[in-house]
Design a protein around this ligand. Sequence first.
Ligand code: KG4
Ligand code: ZN
Length: 358
Amino acid sequence: MIVLGIETSCDETAVAIAADDRTLLADLVLSQLEDHRPYGGIVPEVAARAHLQHLPGLIERALGAAKARAGIGLDDIDGIAATGGPGLIGGVMVGMMMAKAMAAARGLPFLAINHLEGHALSARLIEDLPFPYLLLLVSGGHCQLLAVEGVGRYRRYGTTIDDAVGEAFDKAAKMLGLGYPGGPPIERAAATGDARRFELPRPMVGRPGCDFSFSGLKTALRHALAGIGRDAHTIGEQDRADLAAGFQAAVADALADRTSRALDRFVDEFGSPTTLVVAGGVAANQAVRTRLTRTAERAGFRFLAPPPRLCTDNAAMIAWAGIERLRLGLTDDLAFAARPRWPLDPDAPPAIGAGVKA
Ligand code: KG4
Ligand code: ZN
């Protein structure tokens, strides 16, 4: 079984072709980072236009790659999948229209994939990982803990009540005069910093439940900066390193605390530890990974982080989720409408102020 997948829900235009034996026949990601950099964040209209501009060429290149690699052409494809939400609606519509048109023209099944399900199932593209497992999804747009019980079966244990964790890294970086996206430069600056010089709060730590919050930490960072009489323009190297290290340590502690609670709840509900999967751009952070590896091991879980390329937004995970759904006959109607919000767990209570993050 071979599925072509399209991802356009944020600022990456991506196309992949995956087979059910876990082979990736094509896996292309075009980042729009340069288009958005002048604005210090993602502009939805700029993103939608860029998707529209780049998608046809990218699909052609993906088909070319599959042909060169395995002699696979459009005739060999069994289904077309696209992210149907949640995300920036203009971009989602561009990707879905393209997928629907291809499906209609070729008489193929169409699959509207929940972007979060793409992340949730991506670990199964790496290996034959059995259900259930616990997923910590930490990116610029999401910050969630999910029990993954099966395809289409998710239970949300926690989510952020304000910012996503990647967003917090991005805002902190801006405050410290570092570039966008903020995670990588904060990690680099933190390497030479003293995490104990500034006392920053560990948001939510010790509280019941598994929800996250990062806005208080952001405010504390701003106060710490003001406390030494500095701002983004006047900050010195060592101050920046110490603040970055302090911020990163606080985030790692907060993630570890929330995850540890979720691991306990998982064992209560499923009877025994299995695997903790971490995905999303923030999973690239070494301090975060080290901390979570220890958290998982202490609770008797295996720690699994897909390679960075599969952790950040990509179309391989959309094609793979398409395969998982197509195998079960879970195809979608061409009338499926793009969804700006689309929680994986419809029973989960909405988090206060969780914005567009579902
Ligand atoms: O998954 P992703 O590529 O895109 C989505 O947001 O869906 O995640 C991007 C986020 C950004 O906020 C970026 O600052 C953060 O992941 N990030 C990191 C690191 N690399 C990327 N955060 C902390 N440390 C890193 N090394
Ligand atoms: Zn994502």
